[in-house]
Design a protein around this ligand. Structure first.
Ligand code: FES
Ligand SMILES: [Fe+2]
Length: 403
């Protein structure tokens, strides 16, 4: 496993990329995970308990929480949560459940709690956005009732450069910064604090969440599945993510790490590789020339930083064989409203790629129950899948059948 030394932290792409030996590809074929792990409800439940309910999970962006009482709801596994701006300006999160008899408090995706009050739709118990029980209209008083014992159920919450993360563990193993680790270095030069989401798409894929990450973790499929993207990304056309994965790779400049980069006549991920936008302030010339940088935070989140815009993707598992992807495009806040033609130009290629990947993931999922298929095989350029599997194995309190 390429981990960063802290077993709590997800596998570290940055450490992998900083390795002096640039040969990362596997030297032999390896076995993938048991096929049943991609559809078995008990396995799904185990992964929720031991990963999704223990790790820091990205649930949204602070841009939707401008004022006290602004909120959005989010789902992690079968847990619904409310994220809100509290009276002291902090971002706080609560389970979306009334302590009276367990009723769902809020059914909207976002909005503003009027007068900063969260009111249960069943018996109108009323809470502040700081979680305190303020009123219990119509309740017949008894001496034993203490409102202090009925606050909303709180959730550990933190933000990183505008992105909101929560941790459903009562006692998280580390703070958010520890969890993110060195991975944040990869896009440290991008001005994330100055950006805001200007466009969002939610895309459902009928596959296990691990199938999606596996697809994300290799470009072996790229020549077949992504012909349009391969015109922008020459390494992808050769079925690898990074130029350094090719046996004949030579550095192009001093310090070249061999990351996958856009073609010489391209700037960013658009259909023609050209950008309709000014370039962002912050990235170095080399970072701009590369055309993209990934930051990956399994299991819930990744960012793709381009010279002209940033795209974030949240993975939301909805069941053993279904996920939602929440894709957002971020641009400088001072740019004002972005016209629809510009949005279309920066959304078209990434959405096409997501749809292509989604279709491949669904086909992958559909074949996994086949009786003689007990597990797959990883070939050399699928080394990030191996790292992902090793990370997963290290996180689960479970013996792997046949291992
Ligand atoms: S369940 Fe919420 S007030 Fe009764
Ligand atoms: Fe893909």
């Amino acid at each position: 496993m390429a981990g960063s030394g802290n077993p709590y932290v997800a596998y570290s792409i940055v450490e992998d990329r900083q390795a002096t030996d640039m040969t990362k590809t596997l030297q032999e074929v390896r076995r993938s995970l048991p096929a049943s792990w991609y559809y078995d409800p008990d396995q799904y439940r185990l992964e929720l308990e031991q990963i999704w309910y223990r790790d820091w999970i990205c649930v949204g962006h602070v841009d939707s929480l401008n004022q006290t009482g602004d909120y959005f709801t989010a789902t992690i596994g079968d847990q619904s949560i409310i994220v809100t701006r509290a009276t002291n300006g902090e971002v706080r999160a609560w389970y979306n459940t009334c302590p009276h008899r367990g009723t769902r408090l809020c059914t909207n995706t976002d909005g503003r709690f009027r007068n900063g009050r969260i009111i249960c739709p069943y018996h109108t118990w009323t809470f502040s956005v700081d979680g305190e029980l303020l009123a219990t209209p119509g309740r017949i008083e008894t001496p034993d009732f203490d409102a202090a014992g009925y606050s909303l159920y709180g959730i550990h919450t933190d933000t990183w450069r505008g992105f909101v993360f929560v941790n459903l563990s009562d006692t998280p193993a580390g703070n958010l910064a520890d969890f993110l680790g060195d991975e944040t270095d990869l896009i440290a030069n991008w001005p994330l604090e100055d950006l805001r989401p200007v466009h969002q798409e939610v895309h459902t894929i009928n596959c296990n969440w691990k199938v999606y990450w596996e697809n994300f973790s290799e470009c072996y499929h790229c020549p077949r599945i992504h012909p349009e993207l391969c015109k922008i990304m020459p390494a992808y056309a050769k079925a690898v993510f990074d130029d350094a994965d090719l046996p004949d790779w030579q550095p192009r400049f001093d310090g070249d790490k061999g990351y996958g980069r856009v073609a010489d006549d391209a700037t960013t991920w658009t259909m023609d590789g050209k950008t309709p936008l000014p370039l962002l302030e912050g990235p170095t010339d080399e970072e701009r020339d590369g055309g993209l940088m990934f930051m990956e935070v399994p299991a819930s989140f990744y960012i793709v930083a381009h010279p002209d815009y940033v795209r974030s993707v949240r993975i939301v598992p909805k069941g053993p064989e279904s996920i939602d992807l929440v894709v957002e495009w971020l641009l400088p806040a001072i740019a004002g409203d972005t016209d629809s033609d510009t949005i279309e130009r920066i959304r078209a290629l990434p959405m096409l790629v997501i749809e292509q990947d989604g279709a491949a993931c669904e086909l992958n999922q559909q074949g996994l129950r086949t009786r003689p298929f007990d597990r797959g095989t990883l070939v050399p350029q699928e080394y990030v899948l191996w790292q992902f599997h090793e990370w997963l194995r290290g996180r689960l309190d479970k013996t792997e059948p046949g291992a």
